[in-house]
Design a protein around this ligand. Structure first.
Ligand code: NOJ
Length: 432
């Protein structure tokens, strides 16, 4: 059977990465030190990456070969500011060159300022719990936007604030590895919101005052998943509701409206307003909640649907649940009517057997959303290259392009070639 549809010509298709996951070679970020402590994969290290820092010219050419129209990437704070008060000219030149190359081949960069990693000096001062954390991050934002703002008009302040705070302070998988520390989760969430609100204003101010060309667009990438109770038991429903509130809702209200909600605060610290020109959504999966509590979870234990067949699971065992994409987009659109970018959506699939259908099914949801009047404007497949899946190491293969970690050679996967065709023609079809 064959199904097909088209996407509008002005709907942009591309892919995403993050510096720590692909660049390699940096010893000043906290994930390098986390790797040294044996917390990454099977003794793997972020130092390896996909050697992208050295191979960025080759990789930009590859992005172009894949007909990518837009590319979401992050800049590594620790390369730009390796020590407190020290700013690296080399790193600035490096990233400027990468942006120039992207623009030359007609690819629009969307640049993330905080994608899970930070400089080790910042981590040592307490990370986002340190008393000057927000100010220190803003110094970096100011420097970066002044250095790159003529080439980059689109910025994503913080990636997945909920996953970052949860994995760092509640389930302990990310540095500093705290377990069950809900007060820290709440405090960091509040600080990330403040950092975003202030960055939003700062980026606009700098780009306007500097007369940088191109409309400034600032947003964040929210991780939104589907949360459902496993049973109708009132405690399962309550646990699911509380987890959803603390993991999705307080961040949405904070980042978009500037509102601090109970229990992270009250009122509008930066005034009432709209603090996003687009809302980025990272969407992957659905979680069901069962009645039971352990300190490594916010309020109830999330699990994969016990009925879910293997054909609907990815290599990490997450449920493949494309219908959820419509739900999370409506959740945002119905409330805010702001442009939505799907800043991440993808699958670890080493055998490359499920990726093509995965992309088709999620783009079909987007087609439906567009027909319903929801302004979804971009889709960034996660990820352009195989990369370091944080504490899970290099095992999960998310890439459109496979990386051989011995030779660092790149090979475009079959699904990558199919996606390249879609990006070029906006015609989406699937034969089963
Ligand atoms: C979201 C994160 O932003 C990204 O870094 C990660 O690799 C993907 N999800 C897949 O888990």
């Amino acid at each position: 059977m064959s199904k097909s549809f088209e996407l509008p010509k002005d709907f942009l298709l591309g892919s995403a990465t993050a510096a720590t996951q692909i660049e390699g070679g940096d010893t000043n970020n906290n994930w390098y030190h986390w790797s040294l402590a044996g917390k990454v994969g099977k003794g793997e290290s972020s130092f390896t990456g996909a050697d992208h820092y050295a191979r960025y010219v080759e990789d930009v050419n590859l992005l172009s070969k894949l007909n990518q129209e837009c590319y979401r990437m992050s800049i590594e704070w620790s390369r730009i500011q390796p020590a407190e008060g020290e700013w690296s000219k080399d790193a600035v030149e490096h990233y400027r060159d990468e942006f120039r190359l992207l623009l030359e081949v007609g690819i629009k960069p969307l640049v993330t300022l905080h994608h899970f990693s930070c400089p080790e000096w910042f981590q040592k001062k307490g990370g986002w719990l340190g008393k000057d954390a927000v100010k220190e991050f803003l110094d970096f934002v100011e420097f970066a936007v002044k250095q790159f703002g003529d080439l980059v008009s689109e910025w994503c302040t913080i990636n997945e604030p909920n996953v970052f705070a949860n994995d760092s302070y509640v389930d302990g998988k990310y540095p500093p590895g705290s377990y069950g520390d809900i007060p820290a989760y709440l405090k960091v969430t509040r600080r990330l919101i403040l950092a975003h609100l202030k960055s939003y204003k700062l980026i606009h101010k700098i780009r306007t005052e500097s007369n940088f060309i191109g409309p400034t667009k600032v947003g964040f990438a929210h991780h939104l998943a589907i949360f459902s109770p496993l049973t109708s038991h009132p405690l399962a429903r309550l646990g699911c509701f509380l987890s959803d509130y603390l993991f999705h809702e307080i961040q949405t209200k904070g980042f978009v409206e500037g509102k601090l909600s109970f229990p992270i605060g009250f009122g509008y610290p930066e005034g009432k307003g709209v603090f996003c020109d687009f809302i980025g959504i990272n969407y992957y999966s659905r979680h069901l909640f069962k009645v039971s509590y352990n300190p490594g979870n916010l309020f109830a234990v999330p699990m994969v649907d016990p009925q879910c067949p293997d054909s609907r699971k990815n290599d990490l065992g997450w449920e493949i649940y494309p219908e959820g994409l419509s739900f999370v987009c409506h959740r945002i659109w119905d409330q805010y009517k702001l442009p939505i970018y799907i800043t991440e959506n993808g699958i670890p699939d080493e055998k490359d057997e499920k990726r093509e259908k995965y992309i088709f099914d999620h783009l079909a949801e987007i087609r439906r959303l567009l027909d319903e009047g929801v302004s979804v404007q971009r889709y960034y497949y996660w990820s352009f290259l195989d990369n370091l899946e944080w504490n899970d190491g290099y095992g999960p293969k998310f890439g459109l392009v496979e990386v051989d970690y011995n030779s660092m050679k790149r090979r475009i996967r079959k699904s990558g070639l199919r996606y390249a065709e879609i990006c070029k023609t906006k015609k989406v079809s699937f034969h089963s």
